[in-house]
Ligand binder design. Sequence first.
Ligand code: GLA
Length: 670
Amino acid sequence: MPTDARPAAAWPTDALSFGGDYSPEQWPRETVLEDLRLMREVGVNLVTLGVFSWIKHEPLDGRFDFGWIDEMLDLLHANGIRVDLATPTAAVPMWLHRLHPEILPQDEFGHPLAPGGRNGFCPSSPVYRAFSLRIVEALAEHVADHPALAMWHVGNELGGGNARCHCPVSNEHFRRWVQHRYGTVDALNEAWGMSFWGNSYSSFEEVTTPSSKTAHNPGQLLDYERFSSEALLDQYLAEKAVLRRHTPAVPVTTNFMVGLGPDVVDYARWAPHVDIVANDHYTYGPDPLRHQELAFSGDRMRGISGGGPWMLMEHAAGAASWHAINQAKKPGELIRHALAHLARGSDSVMYFQWRASKSGTEQFHSAMLPHAGRDSRIFRDITTLGGHLGRLAEVTGSTVAGAQVALLHDNEAGWALKSGLKPTNNPVYADTARAIHSALFEKAVTVDVLPAWHDLAGYKLVVVPGLFLVSAENAQAVADFARAGGTVVVTWFSGIVDERNTVITGGYPGAFRDLLGAWSEEFYPLTPDETVELDNGWSGMRSSELVHAPDAEVIARYSSGDVAGYPAVTRRAFDGGGSAWYLSTDLHPAGLAEFLDRVLDESGVTPAARVSPGVEAVRRTSAAGSYLFLLNHTATEGWAEASGTDLLTGHRCEARVPLPAGGVAVIRED
Ligand code: GLA
């Protein structure tokens, strides 16, 4: 079977998957037996096993011992728990570091990382590749026929810690990659604009990874990000090919880290290579809008998985341990966060990890079973959640269909934005995207966060927020959408550069200038506490521009700051009923909400349900039914308009669903 052909039985469990990373190697046997009892008690049906177990499988070079994994697979199987088995390649054994110190990744100064930790390998290293494939081969061959094996989990968070390597092997690999991409040195010099500062190459031999503190060449930096992503993908594909050979019917995935972006590797471009798109998501306690950030990530996951169910592979039952202050989840948040991932299309609720570790780096990271044991708020919530998931079984396989709004996102745009110097440095790629998503979240409008090349047919509104890099083809698709009757919102710093990270000249935003009927000649970035007023009462932050609107209606002008009197918000109407709006600044929330009301109104976009402020509403549907997820993220009583049966309680609701403070409901609609 070709490695990209998907096996038929793709999902690892019959119903929603529930469980987490499980590291029995850290515990004595009696604890493991207790784990299995408690897992059964709360309804765990899937665990991720063996993520860091290379040293257990191969304690010495070439000496394999699979006794431990055999016993664990048997025990889990006997307890009705399916296994998402990891290839252990994230945990390079110390003996391998001793034998081959050259496999360690190097930073931009040529310093190797210290052995230990995880992902301590150069993605381009042929030595690491050979050793890693040897253990994958031995493991896959050994467990191929075990009935507990339900899914493969390649490595762990590929690129976490080792994504940008500058060792000699990576330099050589990068040179070959660049040569393959550009063919001739002249083409390379042209693409990267090497005549600037007289940096032109005369041979590919002169190309290096971009480690200089002074060059900041945007084209080179962007290509290095692409190269690094592809080097890691090669490792994934090499492991996957071995797994496919031994277990052609077992789905293969790896855990992504999809957040706001840009991500460490290009997940939307990796997605076709995984059988199930899986994500690790961790909220940041001090973020008051963490539930909205979670929703953004879920909406992105759906875009990356092509709309179908995706897998929440890891999240936290309580606090993480890598933030400055690691806040516990607020009362009710464990359940709300789990259901929020389901609402946005996940068919699983998985955690890092089942039992909290006593020692090691993450000894204070929360778990489904905390240090305190079962007599704890977390475990009681986990028990309640397990019950909820059982009652939600019929939701399995349904999808969040029919979103009317598409918001375009591209990792390459984020990478391009941080590659090289900009009007405002250290920009955050998804700030504008998140602000607009957040405002739509407040209006209970479902948004598909889509890769920039996604088909736009069927949407009513397309938002292009700070999409710094865009290809001519993708820009054309947006323009065609507006000319065919759709509504488009383009914001500042979209369509500024092409795929080489080269500015599209003739007035910003070059890629969308014709569509918008408006263009800007100069950026006027704002300091963090600076605000510009608009003449209709709105105000802007972060950036302003000197805009001309020869072919667009001016909706609002700047009334303060250096560009007072010039257009700030414009709208171009098309004969077919479509329109293209330009937002040349980030509106403060009140103005943004009004702006979006107008845009939603004219495009005919409707919310998933009418709700009280702060209630999240998302609908999943299937041939079997329509399920409205309602999550009250506020500390006061709320409501939503819906009729049906709450699957969590069995209660009927006619027209209006009351939602206690922090409460949740999943309504099977009439
Ligand atoms: C990541 C990793 C896990 C664990 C968690 C919690 O998602 O994949 O192994 O380290 O973070 O920190």
